[in-house]
Design a protein around this ligand. Structure first.
Ligand code: CDV
Length: 309
């Protein structure tokens, strides 16, 4: 048995006016709970340090940059890193990254229980749009503020397992999980901020959003025989509701823990990585069963092209 006692640390809403210091205090309080529960891995949401700023249209680059981190840990996040290290808890942490040469990414890092950043991931699938869209009930400007990630979907050996990361919209794409599955991933961690209503179709409300979320995460887990830890930033941010539904999903695709609030909340589960072995050695033994000679279109074609009429 190779167990990682994993804490999914859902965060309630963060209002636009709240400071990183306020938020880090809340995150440390969640870490305290994770420590009490015996966790050695804590998973925080996407863009965990601020409100979900891509809902706001901005033209002033200085204002945009105020939502980004230029170093990690920073003065504001150092206390979180110090507490996690003191507790021997590794972390997944999502934040907006501005690189020294001026690139902007929606990023997560994997921190070891010893406090070192051992992995970095930059969100590949950026949803939304880049200009103000009057047809939407609210804006989702990730394509304006971020570049698509340039690091692919690596995995890392940590805590005696093979761990991978993705971010929010990535969870809806089977390619995300499969690329990590082909590297033997045993736990995929992801944070998300998912508006409770579709900005382009008001009939698609929270129940539909939760359904699509669970469907995607459970399928990714089952089809790659991996644990998936999906952690929300939830609740109402300045009038804009986000779904909760943080999940811990086992390698059979079954939900073993799900959040019940839209506030700061901890889910904890002892995730046995050896539970991945059966699926990886039988129905999803990729080496025996995949037929890559028929999968060429997946990398040759981006959008669908219809057959001739
Ligand atoms: N932060 C996100 O990537 N949100 C998207 C919304 C826009 C659909 C998501 O896939 O949840």
């Amino acid at each position: 048995m190779r167990e990682i006692v994993t804490a999914a640390l859902q965060m309630g809403p963060i209002q636009k006016a709240e400071t990183r210091q306020d938020v880090v205090e809340r995150m440390i309080a969640l870490l305290d709970r994770a420590k009490d529960a015996g966790a050695t891995l804590a998973v925080f949401p996407e863009l965990a340090l601020t409100t979900f700023f891509p809902r706001w249209y901005m033209e002033d680059q200085a204002e945009v940059d105020s939502w980004f981190e230029t170093e990690m840990p920073s003065a504001e996040t150092r206390p979180l890193f110090d507490r996690a290290k003191a507790y021997g808890i590794g972390m997944y942490l999502g934040y907006a990254e501005k690189t020294p040469d001026g690139h902007h990414f929606n990023t997560s890092v994997l921190v070891s229980p010893q406090g070192d950043i051992v992995g970095k991931y930059r969100k590949v699938h950026l949803p939304g749009h880049s200009e103000f869209d009057t047809d939407r009930a609210f804006q989702h400007l990730e394509k304006r503020y971020f570049e698509p990630g340039d690091l692919g979907f690596p995995v890392w050996r940590s805590q005696d397992g093979i761990l991978g990361m993705c971010i929010c919209n990535d969870r809806r794409w089977p390619e995300t999980y499969r690329v990590m599955g082909l590297q033997g991933v045993e736990m995929v961690m992801l944070g998300f901020n998912t508006p409770a209503v579709n900005s382009q179709m008001s009939a698609e409300g929270p129940e539909d959003r939760l359904f699509h979320h669970r469907l995607s995460v459970q399928a990714g887990a089952y089809q790659n025989a991996t644990w998936v830890i999906a952690v929300a930033k939830a609740g109402v941010e300045d009038g804009h509701p986000l779904i909760g539904g943080s999940l811990i999903v086992d390698p059979n695709g079954k939900i073993v823990a799900e959040s019940t609030t839209e506030d700061d909340e901890m889910l904890v589960h002892a995730c046995d990585l050896d539970l991945c072995n059966f699926g990886k050695e039988t129905i999803f033994d990729f080496a025996r069963h995949r037929r890559i000679e028929h999968y060429g279109l997946i990398t040759q074609r981006t959008g669908a092209e219809l057959p001739p009429v």
